[in-house]
Design a protein around this ligand. Structure first.
Ligand code: ATP
Length: 324
């Protein structure tokens, strides 16, 4: 459906001006090989700056790679980037040129730009706005909507004048749970009824685990793993995730707690550890009995998540991944 081979892209170094430091060359995409199959929801997961958006812009013909090939439904997108618009719908992160239009007109205009006749464009517009619960705000300009509403309206426009490949860059950012559910419901329906393929950029690991068939984990422009979420999680099977939340600060005067310090991912009052089951039991026994207990607010034991896999793979920016 969509394949990238040996894709490489660097942003050039910039010279500093008037005392401000320059920036070195950034290799945003580093020899990426990917194959997205028809009808699957394929994810690109990685921390901020991992190169997700750069990769997607090359896959969608919006940015020319320095090297490598992109093929979508048999078309060479590096040679013929103009063909991408007929093959895919792209929902980027930035606001669009349609911002001045009402939700209704933005959806209809997109349909017309994608070659629908006026009657068909209006019919698809109405169906999509109904499907996503946007009819009550159809008459309002995009730029006057809340962030989440605007995102949902942009998603709606991406669906009009249907394309076989949907490329969605963090589509649910800023959305409430109802809107999120509407998005994933609409995606599922298209996949079930029309075999639509979805390429999804995300750094939300919880969402990734729920909706993706396969995921490529990106770090510093490279694909460091590619598998189903379950397959990836098998890499850390046998480990347990222990989360400790301290009331105020960790009781480092307790030697067993101090000994853990080097192995935790720390986020405010929360400590996260990945441990073998018997080690996890020992840690829980330590913190729930003895001197550490008074300092403990909460603890959980869980099977590893995609986030644990990511950390185990050695992803650089631990804080880069968010949980909904
Ligand atoms: N126009 C640009 N000029 C120079 N460097 C850039 C440019 N755009 C992105 N970069 C750099 O390329 C790298 C990859 O950026 P990219 O936006 O593709 O990452 P991302 O994974 O999409 O991040 P995020 O999750 O924050 O959206 C980063 O180091 C970034 O700073």
């Amino acid at each position: 459906m969509c394949a990238a081979r040996g894709l490489t892209k660097s942003y050039p170094a910039l010279r500093g001006r008037r005392g401000t430091p320059g920036t070195p060359e950034v290799r945003a995409t580093d020899d990426v090989h990917l194959e997205v199959r028809r009808g699957e929801i394929f994810g690109l997961l990685g921390p901020n700056g991992a190169g997700k958006t750069s990769l997607v812009r090359q896959l969608t013909g919006l940015m020319r790679p320095d090297g490598g090939t992109v093929e979508i439904l048999g078309h060479d997108i590096v040679r013929h980037p103009e063909r991408a618009a007929r093959l895919l719908a792209y929902l980027g992160q930035e606001s669009t040129a349609l911002d001045e239009l009402t939700v209704s007109l933005a959806a209809e205009t997109t349909g017309r730009l994608r070659g629908l006749d006026a009657r068909r464009a209006r019919a698809e517009r109405d169906a999509v706005l109904d499907e996503l619960g946007l009819a009550p705000i159809a008459g309002r300009p995009l730029k006057k909507l809340s962030g989440g509403q605007r995102r949902l309206a942009c998603f709606a426009t991406a669906l009009v004048g249907e394309r076989p490949l949907l490329v969605l860059d963090e589509p649910t950012t800023g959305m409430d749970p109802v809107a999120r559910r509407a998005v994933w419901g609409a995606v599922d329906r298209r996949r079930a009824e029309r075999g639509t393929t979805v390429l999804l950029v995300t750094h939300n690991v919880i969402e990734a685990e729920t909706v993706l068939d396969r995921v490529a984990v990106l770090d510093k422009g490279r694909v460091i793993a590619c598998d189903s979420p379950a397959g990836l999680k098998e890499q850390v099977a046998g480990e347990v995730r222990v989360e400790l939340v301290w009331r105020e600060r960790p009781p480092l005067e307790v030697p067993e707690v101090a000994a853990l310090r080097d192995r935790v991912a720390e986020s405010g009052r929360r400590w996260t550890l990945r441990l073998a089951p018997e080690e996890a039991r020992a840690v829980v026994a330590t913190v729930t009995g003895g001197a550490a207990f008074a300092a403990l607010d909460d603890f959980t034991l869980a099977t590893p998540s995609l986030e644990d896999v990511y950390l185990a793979l050695g992803g650089a920016a631990r804080q880069g991944l968010v949980r909904a």
